[in-house]
Design a binder for this molecule. Sequence first.
Ligand code: TIU
Length: 221
Amino acid sequence: MNVIKAKPFDFPFEKEHIALIVIDMQRDFVEDGGFGASLGNDVSRLRAIIPTVARLIEGFRKADLPIIHTRECHRPDLSDLPPAKRDRGNPALRIGDPGPMGRLLIAGEPGAEIIPELFPAESEIVIDKPGKGAFYATELQTLLKARDIRQLVVAGVTTEVCVQTTMREANDRGYDGILATDATESYFEAFKRATIEMITAQGGIVGYAAETDAILEALNA
Ligand code: TIU
């Protein structure tokens, strides 16, 4: 049994049952001209975590532990895109509309791809998801069960949207989740801080939180 120094208390884990899940580190969220920017967000905040996420991925690769990457995207015919998601707020640019990196949040378009700095290795799992949570309408739980994964280190963007939703979905399905606090980011500084507090309050009501160094130290112990 290894232990990560975490909040609200230390996180015990066994290497046979833990995986890293990196949420939506796609060009559409962290580069100009993508979906995130189309919603009026400043993407530079998100870009700042790229080296830390890379370090976390490298640590899991070195330890030979499973890595899962997710992409929020939709089918080209938009059949998995609820009108409520497409139309809410009557945005100038909608999911599926053409942008500088291809159609926004559409599978196969350049914008929906994971950024080159964090590109998945051949052996790593990539899950396309139509929702904010990584469990909704995907095979994630089946893949985790097949590998007997029970604990998830969670990184990626954005902290209070797809990352938090995924941690809540994982919690309700019986998984321990631990958020890598410096390998996640939000377009809103206050929302990131609040999310970490929400997850760890009440005795870890949703899960745990720890810095990347503490996670890597425990992996290498
Ligand atoms: N808008 C925003 O903060 N996030 C998303 O739409 N998706 C993810 O968090 N990946």
